[in-house]
Write a new protein. Structure first.
Length: 134
């Protein structure tokens, strides 16, 4: 068993190996494969297997620099999605404030929930925003 393990370690030396993008691709592949168990779609099957082959190619690729760039791009995308989801969750659970998007810089302004028409100043860009709160 140790012999096999050592051979595998030697094989993986200098290769990309599993990273976050690999894990995301495996998750997407699994979901697509499970859906295709019921859907029996040729397109979905081809897509999921193409994704699986690409995932394995990335894992065993020796071009670590290029795979690192792909992984970094994915991590940035993931971070944006998590930030957006986190903001949405906060907006849904916070009953004492309302959230408005600045028309100039797209930053979210957290305002106290007082009914009426108010003027708010964006702390990021200084834009004056007229806000109607019901
Ligand atoms: Zn602004």
């Amino acid at each position: 068993m140790d012999k096999f393990r050592n051979k595998f370690i030697a094989f993986m030396d200098g290769r990309n190996g599993p990273d976050r993008l690999y894990k995301a691709f495996v998750a997407v592949f699994t979901v697509l494969a499970v859906i295709n168990l019921f859907a029996h779609s040729l397109i979905l099957g081809v897509l999921s297997w193409a994704l699986f082959i690409w995932t394995m190619f990335r894992c065993f690729s020796k071009n670590v620099y290029k795979r690192g760039l792909e992984n970094r791009a994915y991590l940035q995308l993931e971070e944006k999605a998590v930030k957006k989801f986190g903001m949405t969750k906060t907006m849904l659970t916070d009953k004492e404030h309302c959230y408005k998007k600045c028309s100039r810089c797209k930053a979210y302004l957290r305002l106290p929930k007082r009914s009426g028409t108010h003027t708010a100043v964006c702390p990021k860009c200084g834009e004056k925003i007229t806000v109607k709160i019901r």
